[in-house]
Every structure is written in structure tokens, then in C-alpha cells.
Design a protein around this ligand. Structure first.
Ligand SMILES: NC(=O)c1ccc[n+]([C@@H]2O[C@H](COP(=O)([O-])OP(=O)(O)OC[C@H]3O[C@@H](n4cnc5c(N)ncnc54)[C@H](OP(=O)(O)O)[C@@H]3O)[C@@H](O)[C@H]2O)c1
Length: 290
């Protein structure tokens, strides 16, 4: 498998495209907003006019767009992926969406004799650029085996999880963790500062214990300084939190913490913090404590 299509050149899709080009793949890309394709075009990607053209030119098409609506748009809308169907085509969706939507989208692809894999990931553009994402995969095992070499280029660790939808369920559980960690660090740093204690010392102590995380060892220092290299926007995490609460509600599962987090993230977006990194939720705490 040499010919790969990428639909969606946001922060994540852009980094994955650059890494695939670096790794010797032929990459055809499409992005709704055309200007965003110029950077990867300069690095050797072919820029298609439509998702249809991407699927016509690719053996594996990876979708990495905002939400389920966007996935459906590029898949089944005008000049969508299904219109470029051919014998060798496999589709893989990396967007973070509802597990139920993921299953429905797989079914709809199947009606057009196209196999769709779910391939949500952990890690952002900073690790995608070196092929070090952590990937969760569900769908047809033989199709996964067929694309494994490409997926191994994108991710350094892959978990095959079985039938369609499961990978997106796991991904939502992962983003629940991310949400809580960002909030826990934000509240502790805010609290320590108010007590006139040193927040860097707080992190040094935390990071000497069993309770340390990658976030407390890295992004937390930027949270103290209020300097953000945005890898995943606060608005996109809010989108995922709502996906988690909607999914929980549809199952009748009560998850009080993530429901509260949804309210906090929603207020932060309304207060104008949507486009900074999700760890910038600490800026919203600063604002409400002014
Ligand atoms: N960044 C991360 O660290 C990360 C990690 C894991 C998973 N994810 C997930 O990966 C997906 C992309 O994330 P990102 O960070 O790259 O987001 P982003 O920078 O906000 O980019 C969003 C992408 O979706 C496209 N899009 C939005 N609505 C669309 C529509 N209706 N039709 C067609 N395209 C549409 C955008 O196109 P335009 O340019 O035209 O707006 C853009 O290419 C999201 O589902 C996110 O939750 C992100």
C-alpha cells in the first residue's frame, strides 16, 4: 500500500501528512478550506479538488475532520468519498466521534461495498510528526491487517479492539481522562498560587510521586507560565466532552464529573478561550478568580 489519501488538514491531519510524505508514501489530500493545503503541497502532496478525487487516487483514505457531521459530509456528500469508490479502497476514520455514529457510518460505507475502519488516536501533532501516535482500531480484522504497515508508520503503538465502534468508545474514555487531568492541574496550580506557594515546587513534588502524569511533567509548566503551543484546541476538547456526555446520556449512565467539566469548558469557550490549547482552561480559572 503506497497511495494514501488524507481528508482534513487541521492540526492533526497536517502533521500526519508530513510524516507520511517523509516516509515515502504518495499522499493525496483534501481540505474544505483550500489554503490549508498549500504547506503540504510544497512538501510533495497532491492536492485534490474533492474527497471523491482523493478516494479515486488512494488505496487507503484517512478521514481526520472535526466531528461526525463533517465525516458524513466528506464521505457521503456531494463529490464525497463513496463517489470515488474502486476495488482496492479502504477508508479509516481518525476523527473523534460518537461510537454510535461510527457504527452507522461503517454500515453506510458497507452499503457501498467499502470497508471502513475506526482509527482514533491519542497524541497530537507534536507526536504525529514523528509517527508516534497511539492508535485504537476497530472494524474488519483482514482490512486492518491489509493497512497495518501504513498504520504502523503513523502510530508507534496500535491496539486492535474488535468490532466497529469499540475504538471510538475507548477514545472517548481517554478524552475523559485528559479533561480531568487538565482541570485537576488547573485547580491545584490556581489554589497553590492563591496560597502564595510556588506552583513549580508543587509540580516538582507531584512529579516525584506515583500521581505524576505526562501532563504534569510537560504541559503543566506552560500552564504556570500562561504560554501555550496549541496542539489540540480547547473548543475541540469541549466538542469531545459533549460527545462523552451525549453518549453517557443515551446509555443512561450518570457521570457527574464530566457533566460539570462540560459546563466549565463551555463557559471557557464563551469567555473567548476556545482557540488556545485545552490546557489553557487554567486561563478561565484565572479569569473567574480575578
Ligand atoms: N489535535 C489533536 O491533538 C487531536 C488528537 C486526537 C484526535 N483529534 C481529533 O482529530 C480531529 C481533527 O483534529 P484537529 O486538531 O486536526 O482539528 P482542527 O485543527 O480544528 O481541524 C479540523 C478539521 O476538520 C475540518 N472540518 C470541520 N468541519 C468540516 C466539514 N463540515 N466538512 C469538511 N471538513 C470539515 C476542518 O476543515 P477547515 O480547515 O475547512 O475548517 C479541518 O481540516 C478531531 O475530531 C479531533 O477531536 C485531535
Amino acid at each position: 500500500m503506497k497511495k494514501i489519501g488524507i481528508i482534513g488538514l487541521g492540526m492533526l491531519g497536517n502533521a500526519i501528512t508530513l510524516h507520511l510524505l517523509d516516509s515515502g508514501f504518495e499522499v493525496t489530500v483534501y481540505n474544505r478550506t483550500k489554503e490549508k493545503a498549500l504547506h503540504v503541497k510544497a512538501k510533495g502532496a497532491y492536492v485534490a479538488e474533492s474527497p471523491k478525487e482523493v478516494s479515486e487516487k488512494s488505496e487507503l483514505v484517512i478521514i481526520v475532520v472535526k466531528n461526525a457531521e463533517a465525516v458524513k459530509q466528506v464521505s457521503f456528500g456531494q463529490n464525497g468519498i463513496i463517489e470515488g469508490n474502486h476495488e482496492k479502497l479502504i477508508v479509516a476514520d481518525m476523527s473523534t466521534i460518537e461510537p454510535s455514529e461510527s457504527k452507522n457510518i461503517s454500515k453506510k460505507f458497507q452499503e457501498h461495498n467499502i470497508i471502513k475502519l475506526d482509527i482514533p488516536v491519542m497524541g497530537g501533532p507534536n507526536v504525529a510528526i514523528t509517527g508516534d501516535l497511539v492508535m485504537m482500531v476497530s472494524g474488519k480484522k483482514e482490512s486492518f491487517d491489509h493497512c497495518e504497515k501504513v498504520l504502523n508508520t503513523i502510530a508507534s503503538k496500535i491496539f486492535f479492539l474488535g468490532e466497529s465502534g469499540v475504538a471510538h468508545s475507548m477514545k472517548l474514555a481517554m478524552n475523559l481522562q485528559i479533561t480531568m487531568l487538565a482541570l485537576a492541574l488547573s485547580e491545584s496550580i490556581t489554589f497553590v498560587k492563591k496560597l502564595n506557594a510556588d506552583p513549580k515546587k508543587f509540580l516538582e513534588i507531584l512529579n516525584s510521586t506515583y500521581f505524576k502524569t505526562g501532563m504534569s511533567e510537560n504541559k503543566a509548566y506552560k500552564m504556570i507560565e500562561g504560554k501555550y503551543d496549541t496542539t489540540f484546541t480547547l473548543a475541540n476538547l469541549k466538542k469531545d466532552i459533549s460527545t462523552i456526555t451525549n453518549t453517557a446520556n443515551s446509555l443512561g449512565v450518570k457521570l457527574p464529573m464530566i457533566s460539570k467539566a462540560e459546563e466549565i469548558y463551555e463557559n471557557a469557550v464563551k469567555a473567548g478561550f476556545g482557540e488556545i490549547d485545552y490546557t489553557g482552561i487554567i486561563e478561565y480559572l484565572k479569569k473567574i478568580n480575578e
